[in-house]
Structures are given as structure tokens and as C-alpha cells.
Design a protein around this ligand. Structure first.
Ligand code: PEP
Ligand code: MN
Length: 372
């Protein structure tokens, strides 16, 4: 019998490849149908016993010339690709994703809105006294800023540092804000304090160190207060969206995402402000995104250019620490602006308002908004 020609053999290989591909596609369709049944009945996707059994039977029927090892390897790859296919179908669309809702979310707090024109949230790192907070509040009102921040429960790296005034601080915050008609933002660190903080503040902040605290997220998610959720020190953007999802899944969709810098090897800034987080988060989710310039940089001298960059990238607002006498502040002294510096900052980022006590206007009328 004459040997088939090389061309003939190659054609045979191509025909076999096509048949294998057809069979793989068919297998993928069957796997998808299996997944549908599993999902309905709650059976787990991955079944190691069944994989083991199928592999053993295949190897037993192997008539060569491929080794048993090669057969095991090839089928294992097919099984893994099939599990991946099933799991992708199982992945639910996040409630906080753009796929669930295409329009931006406007979070209304009294007569103020976050998610529309950029807002400024300013105030001291920590509430230290009524006089301190009142001085800042008066300045904010005269500059047309509506949001007052101030920590009363402070997450400090050292147990010996100032921990905040706690409940007294909350009472001061509420009193001063009421006096000046300001909307307050303050951190809640502990599930046991959620009720107390909710009674005194308008927006509950979940700090970077607590972004993964699922008990806290659950508790805060059960309130109807808007939440300012900070990105963890080394959290990816997906890892920030999942806690936002936890809040939403408990019923609280009023979540403001906050980029506050991430840990990198750079030492000239306290953290590295991740500008790309802004358009990426806005693409991925309908939630508003704000940028905390103080904790991302840890310094005052570059907050204005970074504030402009954040707004140009589509941020819905800026957060910045302001203290009447930063040099004597009980926390974050080096990064807080004094009132003159803050006034200049607003001008430099284009958010200075000519008409006091009104909301700040957009960056400038002719500045292009980020395309989303
Ligand atoms: C803060 O805003 O007061 C604060 C402690 O920030 P972060 O959680 O981002 O460090
Ligand atoms: Mn601070």
C-alpha cells in the first residue's frame, strides 16, 4: 500500500482539528445547559469527584499513541475551561454597576446633591473643639461650601495618638453644622456606634482601614444615611466596588466612592493618588466618585494641581482638610490647609464662588466634562 502524501496527511489533520473544535463547541453548549440546571437546583459548579471519575474512565480507554499523562493533561484543560465557562455565567451583575443602571446616581441630602456638579467637602481632620469647628464652618459658608467634615472617632496608627472626641465631638459637629446649615460627613468605625453616629451626622464615612469590615458595611447598609466609602490602602477598584455592593445589597444604595490614594513605593507623598481610578470607577459604576486630596498626598503644596486633575478626570467632588491653625492640629497637622490657603485652593481649582453661601459652580463653563 502506498504511503499517503504529506499534503493528504495535513488535510487529514485539519479535518480532525475541525472535528475536535466542533466537539469542543458542543461540549461548551452542554456545559452551559448543565450550569442552568445546577443553578436552579443549587448544586455547586465544581464537582471534583465527577471530574476524577471521568478522567479515570478516559485514561482506561486510552489506546495510544498519546501517553495516559498526556490524555489526563488535555482533558484536565478542557474540564477547567468548562468550569470557568460555568462560573462566568454564575457571576451576577453588580447592583452598583453601570450594567444595572446607566444614568449617574444623584444623592440628595436635604437641598444639596452629590453626583451632579462637583462638591467640596472640607473641614478638620478631627473635631477638636467647638471654637475650632465653628471657625472652619463660618469660613465654609462664606466661601459657598456646603459640606463640613470632621472626625470624631479617629483611626490612628498609634494607640497613644489622639483618638478623637467621640460622642462629644459628634455633638459639637451637629451643633455647629445646624448653626450654619451645613451637611456633615464623619467616620464611623464600629458597628456599635452606627446608631449614635447616624443620629448626629448626615453622611457616614467608612474609612480606608475599614473598607473590608463586612460587619460594619452590613450595619451601615441597614441605615438610610448616604455613605462615603473610602478605598482601602491597597484595594483594587474591584475590591472597592464589592463593599459598595455589600452596602447596596443591604438596601443602602446611596454610596459615594472615595479615592484617597493607595500605598505604593513612592515616599514623597503619603499615598499615591490614583487618577485613573476616577474615570474607571465612573465607567464601572453609576455611583458618584470623590477624591480626598489630603489623605492621598499628605501635603499641602500639590493639592491644587491634583484637585484640577481630579475634576478634569470626572470627579464629582473633592475632600480636603481645613483647620484654623494647622500647625497645632491634634492629627494630620502637616496636610491641613488654613483658611487662607483653602480660599486660594478653591480659586486654583476653579471652584471659588463669587456669590457667598450658594453652591459652588462647575469647574468653568467651557471646561469639557469627562466623556463616560
Ligand atoms: C479621614 O478622612 O479622616 C481618614 C482617616 O481617612 P482615610 O480613612 O482615608 O485614611
Ligand atoms: Mn486626617
Amino acid at each position: 500500500m502506498t504511503e499517503p502524501s504529506l499534503d493528504q496527511l495535513r488535510r487529514d489533520l485539519e479535518r480532525i482539528n475541525d472535528s475536535i473544535l466542533d466537539l469542543l463547541c458542543e461540549r461548551g453548549e452542554v456545559v452551559t445547559a448543565v450550569q442552568r440546571v445546577k443553578q436552579k437546583t443549587g448544586i455547586p459548579t465544581f464537582n471534583p469527584e465527577r471530574e476524577h471519575q471521568m478522567l479515570t474512565e478516559l485514561v482506561a480507554r486510552n489506546r495510544g499513541p498519546f501517553s495516559d499523562e498526556a490524555i489526563r493533561h488535555l482533558f484536565k484543560e478542557i474540564f477547567q475551561a468548562s468550569v470557568a465557562l460555568m462560573e462566568k455565567r454564575r457571576e451576577r451583575v453588580l447592583r452598583v454597576s453601570r450594567a444595572s443602571r446607566s444614568e449617574d446616581l444623584f444623592i440628595r441630602i436635604g437641598d444639596r446633591t452629590i453626583g451632579d456638579d462637583p462638591v467640596v467637602i472640607a473641614g478638620p481632620c478631627a473635631v477638636e473643639s467647638e471654637e475650632q469647628l465653628d471657625t472652619v464652618a463660618r469660613a465654609l459658608v462664606s466661601l459657598g461650601i456646603g459640606f463640613l467634615r470632621g472626625g470624631t472617632f479617629k483611626p490612628r496608627s498609634s494607640p497613644y495618638s489622639f483618638q478623637g472626641l467621640g460622642e462629644l465631638g459628634l455633638r459639637i459637629l451637629q451643633k455647629v453644622a445646624k448653626r450654619h446649615n451645613l451637611t456633615t460627613v464623619t467616620e464611623v468605625m464600629d458597628t456599635r456606634a452606627v446608631g449614635l453616629v447616624s443620629e448626629h451626622a448626615d453622611v457616614l464615612q467608612i474609612g480606608a482601614r475599614n473598607m473590608h469590615n463586612y460587619e460594619l458595611l452590613r450595619e451601615v447598609g441597614r441605615t438610610d444615611k448616604p455613605v462615603l466609602l473610602k478605598r482601602g490602602l491597597s484595594a483594587t477598584l474591584d475590591e472597592l466596588l464589592r463593599p459598595a455592593e455589600s452596602l447596596a445589597s443591604e438596601g443602602n444604595e446611596k454610596v459615594i466612592l472615595c479615592e484617597r490614594g493607595i500605598r505604593t513605593f513612592e515616599r514623597q507623598t503619603r499615598n499615591t493618588l490614583d487618577i485613573s481610578a476616577i474615570p474607571l470607577l465612573r465607567q464601572a459604576s453609576f455611583l458618584p466618585v470623590i477624591v480626598d486630596l489630603s489623605h492621598s498626598t499628605g501635603r499641602k503644596d500639590i493639592v491644587a494641581p491634583l484637585g484640577r486633575a481630579a475634576l478634569a478626570a470626572g470627579a464629582n467632588g473633592l475632600m480636603i482638610e481645613v483647620h484654623p491653625f494647622p500647625a497645632v492640629a491634634r492629627s494630620d497637622a502637616q496636610q491641613q490647609l488654613d483658611i487662607d490657603e483653602f480660599t486660594l485652593f478653591l480659586d486654583q481649582v476653579g471652584l471659588a464662588d463669587a456669590s457667598p453661601a450658594s453652591a459652588p459652580r462647575r469647574v468653568t463653563a467651557d471646561q469639557p466634562r469627562i466623556a463616560r
